[in-house]
Each structure stands twice: as structure tokens, then as C-alpha cells.
Design a protein around this ligand. Structure first.
Ligand SMILES: [Zn+2]
Length: 163
């Protein structure tokens, strides 16, 4: 194998790997999101919308009346302090990628706060361990909503305790 063929093969395998990782990533994110969605539905919490793209940072769940956003973050991609383990290979690549994500997450939360939104982050491991606990956190934030509601603008959020 000539050196350039080897080089080309290497580039090709890196490309392929990032394509695979991207698809794994979006699938995994969708499935954790669906898990929380299921937990909210079975607890009787409504009034949210999914993936409001126009809002900064594309939160996974948005409770518009309460100005509350919820992010469901994968432990690996977002560098969970509890679960993140550095991969054995291509460490520099993954370190940079995960650090970029951490920085982006921080910025998007700060941007939302500046615009009067609150943000809750739910880690993938928290959702796996106890979806009910995640729902309770969201419920707590919703009931402590700083927005004073008038009869003209009723909340779309409703809650019945079925946890
Ligand atoms: Zn975690």
C-alpha cells in the first residue's frame, strides 16, 4: 500500500466513523427525549411543545407560558460529570468535541436566561434511573413559575399527580 492510499483510507475511515457517530447521536437523543415525553404524559403533565427550533439552543421541551425550557442531555456528548469516560482512542478528537459541547451548552443557557427563560437540564442517567424524579423537578419548576398569570392568559400547563 502506498503512503497516499493509506492516508486516503485513514481519512475515509474517520469520515465514516463520524457519520456513524452522528446517526447514533441523533437516535440516542430522540430515544431519551421520548422517554421523558412518556414520563410526562403518564404523570399527566401537559402544556409543553417539543423542539421549538426558533428558540435559542433548540430546547427539547418548551413550556411557553411558564417560560421554562428543558434540555435532555446525553451523558457522553455533553460531558456528564458523573458518567463521562474518555474514549480509549482518538482522545484529543473527543476531548475537543465534548469540550465544545460543554461550552455551547453553557452559552445557550446563559442566552436563554438573558431572554427571561429558565432552563432545566436533565441528564440521560437521571432519566434512566428515575423518570419520576425528573418529572417532579419539572413540575416543581412549573409551579414556581415567576410569571404572574392573568385570567386573560391562562397557563397551558396542567398537572394531575399520577406519578
Ligand atoms: Zn450521566
Amino acid at each position: 500500500m502506498t503512503e497516499s492510499t493509506a492516508e486516503r483510507k485513514k481519512i475515509e475511515s474517520v469520515r465514516q466513523r463520524s457519520r456513524i457517530m452522528a446517526s447514533v447521536r441523533s437516535k440516542r437523543n430522540r430515544s431519551t427525549e421520548w422517554r421523558l415525553r412518556g414520563a410526562l404524559v403518564s404523570a399527566g403533565v401537559s402544556g409543553w411543545r417539543l423542539n421549538v427550533a426558533k428558540l435559542l439552543g433548540k430546547p427539547d421541551f418548551v413550556f411557553a407560558s411558564e417560560r421554562l425550557t428543558v434540555f435532555v442531555d446525553g451523558c457522553f456528548w455533553h460531558g456528564c460529570p458523573k458518567c463521562y469516560r474518555r474514549p480509549k482512542s482518538r482522545r484529543r478528537y473527543w476531548d475537543n468535541k465534548v469540550l465544545d459541547n460543554i461550552k455551547r451548552d453553557k452559552k445557550r443557557r446563559a442566552d436563554l436566561r438573558r431572554q427571561g427563560w429558565r432552563a432545566i437540564r436533565i441528564w440521560e442517567h437521571e432519566l434512566t434511573k428515575s423518570p419520576q424524579r425528573c418529572v417532579r423537578r419539572i413540575h416543581h419548576a412549573l409551579t414556581k413559575s415567576p410569571i404572574r398569570r392573568t385570567p386573560a392568559s391562562p397557563s397551558t400547563f396542567s398537572w394531575s399527580l399520577r406519578v
